[in-house]
Design a protein around this ligand. Structure first.
Ligand code: F6R
Ligand code: MG
Ligand code: MG
Length: 373
């Protein structure tokens, strides 16, 4: 059996500085300490700690496979420790995503978001990790469709015979907790029919059709469906593999040339324009947003991340680039247009999604006052 490498991105909102906008440095340092120790003990081979707005993001590369209890425990303990510090400083929303108190082998369903991908390393394997804040898991539906199914985005679908066989998409129905696999280009219209409804359907995995090579995975948590009420948005993470018979890094980034709309933003209750940003601007301000997305590029190498001589992982902050200025500008223009509509749909999310927010409590008060018309 060839050796396999696993990329795990596990994230959690464990508390934020000045509202829900940023993870302060000292919490990132606590996470760094935990992952450094795990690496020293040989549990993981590489790690990188960063944040997307108020979400603490742990990138770990190891050889233990997906859903490994030891890896999930490292993340769980890190979040617990960071949350403890956040509580002691009375940071905002301290521990907000840690929905359960006892760890039972897997952080899935306990609050944190997870994207994991086990791969057989190719001769060279470029990876992009995306992480968003004030957005939901389905925020990746639109770009993933464009990257892996739209020949107007991905030139390789037209030009490279290795991509011409198309890709298979696993789509999760989060309301009914069931999934289906659709193959593009043959079932492209059906795929759009589903994932064009991001409130309900999320792309969770993508494989290259000709050989079932795994190419992308996304977190698909719906915290509100776990907790039964609004507990913050399911700020998403995704892992995408690039090049040599897969979409090129540039094709994977191309959908972010323009802003597009995602569910989330203020109180997880609004459509908001996605703003691609470098790590420096990974914080949410106006109307708790606009929803932000960071993208980190790296190479996997012998079970870890290709690193420099002192072991620092080589990470490229892909959206830290004037090439995305136009999308950022568009995002602010769309943001202004939506905010002009205040609490009127379609600026606010549709009624079904609002069921999981605090709005029903407000409407309950009016129930008795309605008379037959
Ligand atoms: C969205 C988010 C924020 C909060 C908002 C109100 O995911 O986290 O937009 O919903 O700031 O927060 P509370 O109710 O905690 O004051
Ligand atoms: Mg928060
Ligand atoms: Mg968040």
């Amino acid at each position: 059996m060839p050796k396999k490498t696993t990329i795990s991105v596990i994230k959690c909102d464990i508390g934020s500085l000045a509202g829900h906008h940023i993870v302060p440095k000292l919490l990132l340092e606590i996470a760094e300490k935990h992952l450094k120790k795990a690496q020293k003990q040989g549990m993981i081979n590489s790690h990188y700690v960063f944040h997307a707005g108020d979400d603490l993001e742990l990138l770990m590369v190891h050889e233990k496979g997906e859903e490994n209890p030891k890896i999930h425990k490292i993340a769980w303990d890190t979040f617990q420790d960071a949350a403890k510090k956040a509580v002691s400083l009375k940071l905002y929303g301290a521990g907000q995503d840690l929905l359960k108190s006892a760890f039972s082998g897997n952080v899935r369903g306990m609050g944190p978001g997870v994207a994991e991908m086990e791969i057989e390393e190719r001769r060279s394997d470029p990876i992009i990790v995306f992480a968003g804040d004030k957005a939901s898991g389905s925020a990746f539906n639109f770009p993933l469709f464009r990257i892996f199914a739209d020949p107007m985005n991905t030139a390789g679908l037209v030009i490279d015979p290795n991509l011409a066989g198309g890709f298979k998409f696993e789509v999760l129905d989060v309301m009914k907790n069931r999934k289906v696999v659709l193959k593009c280009p043959e079932e492209m219209y059906e795929l759009i029919a589903l994932v064009g409804t991001p409130e309900r359907y999320m792309i969770s995995r993508i494989w290259r059709a000709k050989d079932d090579l795994i190419c992308a995975t996304s977190s698909t948590t719906k915290l509100s469906l776990i907790a039964g009420k609004y507990v913050g948005k399911d700020d998403p993470v995704s892992i995408v593999r690039a090049q040599h018979g897969l979409p090129a890094v540039g094709e994977i980034l191309a959908p972010f040339m323009h802003s597009y709309f995602v569910e989330g933003w203020m109180r997880g209750s609004h459509w908001g324009p996605l703003m691609p940003v470098g790590l420096e601007f990974s914080k949410c301000t106006i109307f708790d947003g606009p929803p932000r997305m960071v993208a980190l590029g790296f190479q996997v190498c012998n079970g870890g991340i290709a690193s420099d001589d002192d072991g620092t992982p080589l990470i490229s902050d892909l959206f830290d680039d004037p090439a995305f200025d136009m999308a950022r500008r568009e995002a602010m223009e769309y943001a202004a247009a939506l905010r002009r509509m205040g609490e009127f749909e379609p600026a606010r999310l549709g009624a079904e999604t609002m069921e999981y927010t605090t709005l029903p409590q407000v409407l309950k008060k009016l129930r008795r006052r309605f008379k037959p018309a």
